[in-house]
Design a protein around this ligand. Structure first.
Ligand code: HEM
Length: 405
């Protein structure tokens, strides 16, 4: 019998993926998507098993362009000296282990906690800008830039560069996770070069004059020894962090605000008792994770969920579907912050590549929601808005969110 989902599943259409994924979990939990030539995995147990077995399923394809680069693009990148190496997301052990061990030491919950006063001040400044406005798009006014300001502060990147880096990072999402035409691919590549050159110059400057920030800490850890980590690998970590560390969080805050304000009683409960915010955020990440799908590459033939996956198969792990799997989360389409098993939600991944920025993301999201709940408890969704989502396979969050007070 032909698969009912192979043709109807559009992996780039993120407007409302949940009904099709629920049907797939019931009828055909693993299916092939010819649109991108990926195997789509929808059940929690299968996704967790894949993430756990990093030898059979490597992360080598996680930042590969869906459409391979054309010769023109390759030539442009080579001529511009574009040379990021696999360091974290798309790296494999033992090299991944070497670099991840160093980066783990930067993002400890203790070190993140030390940034609390600075992050709280960034949140307060952002929310102050909304004061006196009766209606606004909170993405444009606050959440688009807030995580970048936080990240730049901890990494020691000048705040004045936020708009430029945000624009470069947005280009990378379209290039690697979307399906641009050949001309668009070439135009978007043109923007990769200045981004890379910017990061290389930043690392060189920190090496010359280290400061009190995480980039400088990484440079101190190498103590001039390339076998520990090279300067090119540090630049590669930086470009990864400067993409992974804010688009994700922007979209997650937008998803959380959307659902909290749709469930006004829950929002009002949090305004009255903000201690419940971290737990509510965890449930929002389960319900609508901003990294809705992530990739793996099968290194050898294997069987998962009764389906044979050949060596070389590309896999699209639907984290948003795993998080609504009724086998783990009863009543998955209902928001219940007090539900058990929230530790099983996969919004930050699982296993050796588990999001290194999770402690920072949790802290900055909590501090922003606390500030909004305290300063603007009257927030409401503006009625009648149509939400828009950028076409890509991995990053889901509304491009605009109109609110009123
Ligand atoms: C709510 C916000 C965020 C979400 C939903 C998110 C989600 C994810 C996911 C799903 C992965 C892949 C895990 C896997 O392959 O098993 C990941 C990896 C990663 N994330 Fe995040 N992330 C967020 C925020 C951040 C922040 C703030 C940073 C940096 C400060 C960051 C840096 C990274 C890095 C470097 C990796 C690769 C880790 C590795 O391969 O070892 N992320 N994240």
């Amino acid at each position: 019998m032909p698969c009912p989902f192979s043709q109807s599943f559009d992996p780039l259409d993120l407007r409302d993926p949940f009904p099709l994924l629920a049907a797939a979990r019931r009828q055909q939990p693993i299916f092939h998507s010819p649109a991108i030539d990926y195997w789509v995995i929808t059940r929690h147990a299968d996704i967790k098993a894949i993430l756990r077995d990093h030898e059979t399923y490597t992360a080598a394809n996680t930042i590969s362009p869906l459409l391979p680069f054309s010769d023109a693009v390759r030539q442009l990148l080579a001529a511009g000296g574009y040379n990021p190496q696999p360091v974290l997301s798309n790296n494999v052990p033992p090299e991944h282990t070497r670099i991840r061990t160093l980066v783990n030491r930067l993002f400890t919950p203790r070190r993140m906690k030390s940034f609390t006063p600075a992050i709280r001040a960034i949140a307060q400044r952002g929310v102050e800008r909304l004061r006196g406005k009766a209606a606004f798009d909170i993405v444009a006014e606050l959440t688009y830039e807030y995580p970048a300001h936080v990240l730049f502060h901890v990494l020691g990147v000048p705040a004045a560069d936020v708009p430029q880096v945000k624009a470069w990072a947005g280009n990378r999402i379209k290039l690697y996770y979307g399906m641009p035409s050949a001309d668009e691919q070439l135009a978007l590549t043109g923007n990769l070069l200045p981004f890379w050159q910017y990061v290389v110059a930043l690392v060189a400057e920190k090496a010359r004059a280290p400061q009190d920030d995480l980039t400088s800490d990484l440079i101190r850890m190498r103590a001039g020894d390339d076998a520990v980590i090279s300067l090119n690998e540090i630049a590669s970590c930086m470009i990864t962090l400067l993409v992974a560390g804010h688009e994700t969080t922007t979209a997650q805050i937008n998803n959380a605000l959307l659902h909290l304000l749709r469930q006004r009683a829950l929002w009002e409960r949090l305004c009255a008792a903000p201690a419940g915010i971290p737990q509510a955020l965890e449930e929002m990440m389960r319900y609508d994770p901003s990294v809705c799908a992530w990739r793996r590459l099968a290194a050898r033939d294997s069987v998962i969920g009764g389906v044979t996956l050949p060596a070389g198969a590309n896999l699209l792990l639907m984290l948003n579907s795993a998080n609504r799997d009724e086998a783990v989360f009863p009543e998955p389409d209902t928001i219940l912050p007090e539900r058990g098993k929230l530790k099983e939600q996969l919004a930050f991944g699982y296993g050796i590549h588990y999001c290194v920025g999770a402690p920072l993301a949790r802290l900055e999201m909590t501090l922003l929601l606390e500030t909004l709940a305290r300063e603007l408890p009257g927030l409401r969704l503006a009625p009648g808005q149509a939400l828009e989502y950028t076409r890509n396979i991995s990053f889901r969050g509304p491009s605009a969110l109109r609110l009123c007070v």
